[in-house]
Write a protein that binds this ligand. Structure first.
Ligand SMILES: [Fe+2]
Ligand SMILES: [Fe+2]
Length: 274
């Protein structure tokens, strides 16, 4: 089975030519499924773009949402929209709201949106003010210390959802691919070939998901975890343990493209850059 992995397509920035080029590349690579790791679009356009993709591509489309997908909306409303759409479109699966998906006898995919959760780096000293705080309803009226608490709560909720899914996946599969938007470790948070500093890390690393992944990899040493994520728009691979690798994909506004190709066999998930 061949899966096209796409991160951060930001389809609201793609003109018709870029969209057609993107869809043609999916056909050219004759992939069986798609895996999208967030920042699909923004606000109400997320549903439009997912619906359009589900029409253009007949195979299953597995996805999580990224921070931009919550813009002009709230976290709860955007997730509700994704859940509702998946009920109407049989080939769409919102992994954050889904049990592990069995891809092959020993390979499963699980997913969780994730957040830059203010648990890594130095939130207090950081001058970074994300557009998220302006454009996502949950943050709009919050002071900086309240933002920190909210980011940490979102990260905690994400970790709490992911942990039992990982355990369930390990019961059935040797290899688990994890789709998430935000890099779960500082070591996986790439920017121009280097990893992030203390000032950006609070917003670009989901430390609480990282902890769940690390604990799970330690508890199941004979299993393998491969994480696919994005958010930084810069690529890199981080090997955290023998059985835990994080692949962070690159992206460019206005040019949606295949980030990587996953080759799934009965007991392995190999990947290459797209
Ligand atoms: Fe993005
Ligand atoms: Fe993002």
């Amino acid at each position: 089975m061949r899966v096209a992995w796409i991160t951060d397509p930001h389809l609201n920035h793609a003109d018709l030519k870029a969209w057609e080029h993107f869809v043609a590349s999916l056909r050219q690579e004759s992939v069986d499924a798609m895996l999208i790791t967030g920042d699909i679009s923004e606000g109400p356009d997320v549903a439009f773009q997912l619906d359009r993709l589900a029409s253009a591509f007949i195979g299953p489309i597995y996805f999580v949402l990224g921070n931009h997908d919550f813009y002009q909306s709230s976290v709860q409303a955007a997730r509700r929209m994704a859940v509702d759409l998946c009920r109407k479109r049989a080939n769409l699966t919102y992994l954050t709201d889904s049990f592990p998906v069995k891809m092959a006898p020993q390979v499963a995919i699980v997913g969780e949106d994730g957040w830059g959760d203010a648990t890594v780096g130095d939130f207090e000293r950081s001058p970074v003010v994300l557009a998220d705080f302006q454009f996502i309803a949950d943050f709009q009226s919050l002071m900086p210390d309240e933002r920190k608490r909210k980011l940490q709560r979102f990260g905690q909720e994400a970790a709490d959802r992911l942990q039992p899914k990982l355990v369930a996946a390990f019961k059935q599969s040797k290899v688990v691919a994890v789709a998430t938007h935000v890099p779960p470790f500082r070591e996986a948070c790439w920017y121009q070939g280097r990893t992030t500093d203390d000032l950006w890390a609070p917003f670009f690393v989901c430390g609480q998901i990282g902890k769940v992944l690390e604990d799970s990899a330690a508890a199941f040493p004979n299993h393998e975890i491969v994480v696919f994520c994005g958010h930084t728009h810069h690529r890199g691979v981080a090997r955290l343990r023998d059985n835990l690798t994080v692949v962070t994909g690159d992206a460019m506004y206005g040019k949606p493209q295949i980030t990587g190709l996953l080759e799934i066999s009965s007991s392995s998930c190999r990947w290459t850059w797209g």
